[in-house]
Write a protein that binds this ligand. Sequence first.
Ligand SMILES: *Cc1c(COP(=O)(O)O)cnc(C)c1O
Length: 401
Amino acid sequence: MSISEKIMADAEENLLHAYNRFPVVFESGEGVTLRDADGRTYLDFGAGIAVNALGYAHPAYTQALKEQAGKLLHISNLYYTKPLAEAAAAITEKSGLSRVFFTNSGAEAIEGAIKAAKKYAYRRDGRSGHEIIAMEHSFHGRTVGAVSVTGNAHYREPFEPLMGGVRFAKFNDLASVEAQVTDNTCAIILETVQGEGGIYPADPEFLSGVRRLCDEKDILLILDEIQCGMGRTGDWFAWQGYGVKPDIMTCAKALGCGVPVGAFVLGEKAGENSIEPGDHGSTYGGNPFACAAVSAVFQIFEEEDIIGHVRELTPYLEEKLDALCEKEDLLTGRRGRGFMQGLVVREDVPAGKIASAALEEGLVVLTAGGNVIRLVPPLVITKDDIDTMCRILGKVIEEVR
Ligand SMILES: *Cc1c(COP(=O)(O)O)cnc(C)c1O
């Protein structure tokens, strides 16, 4: 038995079977390279599901965490800390939104956004009973509230009845959204670029249409930027590339680049007219360690011009992926923005089979709904990494076809 096999056997014996894991034990990483327990290395185009935007063992990031760990890991929201103040300021500065609430995960950020929207409508109308419009094929997380606005029957059905008052509309179909609006609608929630659902970017006309609809009816627009935010599409937040500003945005994943942290962030209107002291809270949310990570991430993004790098390399990545699609008849198309790309795989071959074969060849890629190979690499990849990824993927596709 190899070291990895022993660890996998132990894990399978004791963990709840909630995941089908790939048969690999990762132990460390450096840059965009992961190393497993038996010393094999892998080029990473998954980034721990769009989390590790700075790659692995980034020196300045690691140093910032070490420093904070030696000072204060946790206190509570009964008190102020400098990391908390700094992290919130970084988010409001880059987003132009005005009020931050820190959470520990993406799903919790969604929960908070839902509560804020409900409270906004409650104060507006002097009553409860409000509804939310969400999108088909969306993904917003696994807690009960987040699953309630997730447009995927498979994730929802066993857990019904879920939170009531959710109506689903078709993504990128404004008329279908309009058809779901009632006097009770408090919010419309959508991912600026759908991730798990299969990498579907919002159409610009759709997004601006939804914004207009929200303005007309005093409905809050919640944009879920958990996967597509933090530089991934070549802007701090994907909506900035559309020129459409949300009333509430949710962040997580790359916000902490590995330290579990999320946030829901409110614009002025929602910020001043929803959550009040006593309405919401979290023991860990916004603790100094998580916030030191957030601050370090923003600082390093700035110092290393990570967003400029994404913008610069996106045409190269897209060109290479388009060439791969052209060459391999197993790939029927590409969708995405920036470093969030999906390759659509022909129906008769599961994308998961390609991901497994790629792993054996030392390349980490993810899948997404609709039989898609999902590429969400660390934002620090180089042209060489893109070349290597395309070479391995091409080889693997030839083998599995
Ligand atoms: C991952 C994800 C979530 C859920 O985040 P967790 O941290 O897993 O709870 C929500 N929305 C989107 C768009 C995501 O990609």
